[in-house]
Design a protein around this ligand. Structure first.
Ligand code: ZN
Length: 183
């Protein structure tokens, strides 16, 4: 099932999400719903974006495989993740977000991460990533912390976006997918 996307300014996007346990109800269905919903127009989706304040995100970098063959078939579920460290020189990458339609900005983040998480079978992993893969994880992980990529813009850039963000928060933005605003 494809879920409507919660838009910018909804309070759930500002909450720190809660960990889940292995017996979380209908977890398999939720994960498959998240992949279906992400396919609308994204390479990553975090649970708060469909209205659930829980620590889970999914990524699928296949749409970016033209830029880098290593991104082909890289499809993963992250449950209760923690980014243990971020290292390497910060670099700019153009980010967008299903919850902030029509806005894309170059965001600076460190190149490498070490991330601990559980997969869909609740197996534990402790891994290192860099480049675009790390970048998508950093963006999605931020969602679980109540942070949006626009928070990471320079103040001037942020001011320039104010009108656009205001329109989005009122739902006045064209999208190819269903959206909702949660007070
Ligand atoms: Zn996002």
């Amino acid at each position: 099932m494809i879920h409507p996307i919660v838009l910018y300014r909804s309070s759930i996007l500002r909450r720190v999400s809660k960990e889940i346990s292995e017996d979380y109800k209908d977890l398999d269905m939720l994960i498959s719903d998240m992949f279906d919903t992400m396919k609308l127009e994204g390479v990553g989706l975090a649970a708060p974006q469909i209205g659930l304040s829980i620590r889970i995100f999914v990524i699928d970098t296949s749409p970016l495989e033209e830029d880098d063959p290593a991104l082909k078939d890289f499809k993963k579920v992250f449950i209760n993740p923690t980014i243990i460290e971020e290292t390497g020189k910060p670099w700019l990458f153009n980010e967008g977000c299903l919850s902030i339609p029509g806005v894309r900005e170059d965001i600076s983040r460190p190149q490498k991460i070490r991330i601990q998480y559980y997969d869909e079978n609740f197996r534990f992993f402790d891994e290192h990533y860099d480049g675009v893969k790390a970048r998508i994880m950093q963006h999605e992980y931020d969602h679980l912390q109540g942070i949006l990529f626009t928070d990471r813009l320079q103040p001037l850039k942020k001011r320039m976006l104010k009108g656009k963000l205001m329109a989005i928060s009122k739902g006045k933005v064209p999208t190819n997918y269903k959206v909702r605003i949660e007070k």
